[in-house]
Design a protein around this ligand. Structure first.
Ligand code: PHE
Length: 451
């Protein structure tokens, strides 16, 4: 086991840091859009069921692997079984791919916060503001560097003084801002239509795709299958209950996602007069539609500023977890100090992030299967590598080291109640579901019919 391994000071520190990783752009931007698209209440229900079964089992498993071995992904798998070291390697590649492009988007968020704070809110509501901004060669890179720099600064301070401390400040602020904006949003004129649209189950829009979309979102949202929870588990003290912590992280993650829907969907409905097409797709919702919505409401510049501050906090705590994971792997593998590892990862991210940023402007001629450079990184990491790592993790635990080995670790701090559920999910349910996700997302991008 690594000597001098840093650790979270206690349960709250661990839960807030892990929740900080889980709550990110995915909760605030992607979840509301998916919920609206896939049947409102029915999507929420499917998501919730999957979270407390599937998500719960996988997150417990990853944290337990980390705490049991006291190592980050690569070494953790290797120390349990040499033949499965490759799963750790794949798991380590994922955060290294995600961090650069996630930070490019983090840079956009920083830019919008700055625009709102400096009285530029009205300008950001114009049709071409966003597309004009991301197509510029230098400005988005500048904001990307600012965001990346903030992330690196926190990671440089280490687990206790950096990651934990920042999470303890940012996460409560994030919760308060989310609640305030959600309450404001549901009370504007015309918002009730949107609340109904979001919460009422529309069974006609329920299909296998609803389940797959919910599952894909769940993975991403809980930061699973990319070594993050293994790394954070390795910093967790033995007397903390993994099961209880996972419940709390899930409440955080799902709660914020749910509230984000309440924050965004009713406001967009009120603005568009009930036209659901305004919920749009991808980046346009957060960066084009919402600034227009804020611009149209009383006190919108202020609410918009608060909104982008909360998004920035959500994105920062996630990028911090990504960087901490990569730094931790570099340190475990190469024996480097924190400073050197941080610097190396920082430089690496700049090299990989710049093309993602340029892909919306001067390099927009580069595209594969219709995807921009940033979308390509996103597709490879989230839709291909993540399911593969999750699948092998389940096979590894279910059939190689056996669920019992992990359950033992889950029982160290406190009794683990969900043993049977855990075993069934890891051995049978999860592998089948994950294969379905993988196949469907690949078919999807190839433009073949969806399952
Ligand atoms: N879980 C984060 C979200 O919901 C995304 C994330 C992905 C964070 C990968 C870290 C790593 O946005």
């Amino acid at each position: 086991m690594a000597q001098n391994r840093s650790s979270f000071t206690g349960k709250i520190g661990f839960v807030l840091a892990a929740a900080g990783s889980a709550v990110g752009l995915g909760n605030i931007w992607r979840f509301p859009y998916l919920a609206a698209k896939y049947g409102g209440g029915i999507f929420l229900l499917v998501y919730l069921i999957l979270a407390v079964t599937f998500g719960f089992a996988l997150m417990c498993a990853e944290i337990a692997i980390g705490r049991k071995t006291g190592q980050s992904a690569i070494n953790a798998f290797k120390s349990l079984d040499k033949r499965f070291a490759f799963v750790g390697v794949l798991g380590a590649v994922i955060p290294a791919i995600i961090l650069p492009y996630y930070s490019v988007i983090g840079g956009w968020v920083t830019k919008y916060l700055f625009a709102f704070a400096s009285g530029d809110a009205a300008a950001s509501a114009s049709d071409t503001y966003f597309t004009g901004f991301i197509a510029k060669p230098f400005e988005p890179i500048g904001w990307f560097l600012v965001f990346m720099g903030l992330t690196a600064l926190v990671v440089l301070f280490g687990v206790e003084k950096g990651v934990e401390k920042v999470s303890k400040i940012m996460m409560p602020v994030l919760v308060v801002l989310t609640i305030v904006i959600a309450v404001y949003s549901v009370t504007i004129d015309g918002a009730m239509e949107g609340v109904k649209y979001y919460l009422m189950p529309d069974f006609s829009r329920f299909s296998a795709t609803t389940v797959l979309a919910a599952m894909g979102q769940l993975f991403y949202s809980m930061s699973l299958a990319m070594g993050i929870m293994i790394t954070y588990g390795s910093y967790m003290k033995k007397d903390v209950s993994i099961e209880k912590s996972v419940h709390q992280i899930e409440i955080f993650d799902t709660g914020i996602a749910f509230l984000a829907g309440l924050m965004i969907i009713p406001a967009v409905f009120a603005f568009s007069g009930g036209d659901e097409a305004a919920l749009g797709k991808g980046p346009s919702l957060m960066f084009i539609t919402l600034p227009k919505v804020f611009n149209s409401m009383p006190g919108g510049a202020f609410i918009g500023g608060a909104f982008f501050l909360l998004v920035l906090f959500a994105a920062l705590t996630s990028s911090i977890s990504l960087m901490e994971t990569v730094v931790s792997i570099v340190r475990d593998k190469l024996g480097w100090g924190r400073k050197t590892a941080c610097l190396a990862v920082f430089v690496f991210c700049i090299v990989l992030g710049i093309p993602s940023s340029l892909g919306f402007g001067v390099w927009d001629f580069i595209s594969v299967a219709g995807l921009s450079i940033l979308d390509m990184f996103d597709f490879v990491s989230n839709s291909v590598l993540m399911p593969i790592v999750a699948l092998f993790t389940c096979i590894f635990i279910g059939y190689v080291i056996k669920p019992k080995a992990i359950i033992e670790e889950l029982e160290v701090g406190a009794p683990f109640k969900a043993k049977t559920l855990f075993t069934i999910i890891i051995k049978y349910v999860a592998p089948v579901c994950i294969i379905l996700i993988l196949v469907s997302s690949i078919l999807d991008v190839l433009g073949v019919a969806k399952i």
